[in-house]
Design a protein around this ligand. Structure first.
Ligand code: IPM
Ligand code: MG
Length: 384
């Protein structure tokens, strides 16, 4: 495994009786569109606080992607921006895109729209493994749309979504066939693409409850039949992990019927896109869901699972927690700073326990706060 590029360690120093290596973290930020800039600002505030408390230096380089890049350069991601991202240790992304059908960014060819920048950076950085944890905080069980008896003791799952293959990246075109307009999208996977994401899923399961539910549509699709075969092959190297196969339509149902049964869900790109939105909603709000997109090295891109929410942009009401938790994932996966990541997660937990809520997770008796204040509260609670 490759070491983190450009990362330098300075001599060991002592912070509150703990020996730490003062590190330089080279982070590219992509604020993007809509609420993106507001939530990335709060995540950087929290990271800066981690830097102060634990003695690390955060170096940020900002690049444009999405609608803001279209406005400035006419394309959603320039080659220079991609090269800058590649040269960093990790990327922190807000969100890209605007109101589809109601914005100048969508009056152009699909490959020039904001989302094309996101797909290009995922592919360009080979970020094939998308990790989306869905965890129900006890404090948010009132915001969960499921009945109490279904919630039970809560749930804690990770969706492992393949991110650089499948329908998203197969050939697509629209043409006239016998005078009828016909659109084609191609769902394509090879065994190597399946194997590498399966290995990541089993590795993560080994550190959790040792269960992988692999989700496919093997009763219909050839790509799913290959998926199942390769996943079974990978499972042989992990005798301690229990592997179960589940059809995607059944999985959609099981998520709202018995979410507690899931530990690691392993699935292809499009199924993962849909199931992760469903999983996020049962945690109370899509504003809580972090994500990491990784390649074979420690390099990763970290972003909330939600979109750019243009309707609430600039009003200081967006929930920054998904982005702040994504920054925690960045510390853990790209920098091996487990203690610092845990400090962010504990600070989020504490703020929720104290009763602070943004509008999306608000319930009676809580204290409603805006984006900036939520960031301040979490940052203040980072301790060594
Ligand atoms: C996501 C988003 C993206 C996706 C869109 C914005 C292209 O929905 O990250 O889940 O479909 O992957
Ligand atoms: Mg999605």
């Amino acid at each position: 495994m490759m070491s983190v590029r450009g990362r330098s360690r300075r001599p060991t120093l002592c912070v509150q009786n703990r020996e730490v290596n003062d590190m330089n973290l080279n982070i590219v930020t992509i604020p993007g569109d809509g609420i993106g800039p507001e939530i990335v600002r709060e995540a950087c505030k929290v990271l800066d606080r981690v830097g102060q408390v634990y003695g690390h230096t955060m170096n940020y380089t900002e690049i444009l992607m999405g609608g803001c890049s279209i406005d400035k350069y006419g394309v959603p991601l320039t080659d220079e921006a991609l090269a800058t991202a590649k040269a960093a240790d990790a990327v922190l992304l807000g969100a890209v895109g605007g109101n589809v059908g109601n914005s100048r960014w969508y009056d152009v060819a699909p490959n020039l729209r904001p989302e094309a920048g996101l797909l290009a950076i995922r592919k360009g950085l080979n970020l094939f493994a998308n990790i989306r944890p869905a965890y129900l905080y006890k404090e948010l069980s009132d915001a969960c749309p499921l009945k109490k008896k279904i919630i039970g003791d809560g749930f804690d799952m990770v969706i492992m979504r393949e991110l650089t293959g499948g329908l998203y990246f197969g050939d697509r075109y629209t043409k006239e066939v016998g005078g009828v307009t016909t659109a084609v999208d191609t769902l394509i996977y090879n065994e190597d693409e399946i194997r590498r994401i399966a290995v990541k899923a089993f590795d993560i399961a080994m550190k959790r409850r040792k269960s992988v539910i692999s989700v496919d549509k093997a009763n219909v699709l050839d790509s799913s039949r290959l998926w199942r075969k390769v996943v079974e092959d990978v499972a042989k190297d992990y005798p301690e992990v229990k592997l179960t196969h589940m059809l995607v339509d059944n999985c959609a149902m099981q998520l709202v019927m018995n979410p507690g049964q899931f530990d690691v869900i392993l699935t292809e790109n499009m199924f993962g896109d849909i199931l992760s939105d469903e999983a996020s909603m049962i945690t109370g709000s899509i504003g809580m869901l972090s994500s990491a997109s990784l390649n074979e090295t420690k390099f990763g891109m970290y972003e909330p699972s939600h979109g750019s929410a243009p309707d609430i942009a600039g009003q200081d009401i967006a929930n920054p927690i998904a982005t702040i938790l994504s920054a925690a994932m960045m510390l853990r996966y790209s920098f091996d700073l487990d203690m610092e990541a845990a400090a962010i997660e504990a600070a989020v937990q504490q703020v929720l326990t104290e009763g602070y809520r943004t509008g999306d997770i608000y319930s009676d008796g809580c204290m409603k706060v805006g984006t900036t204040q939520m960031g301040d509260l979490i940052a203040e609670r980072i301790i060594a």
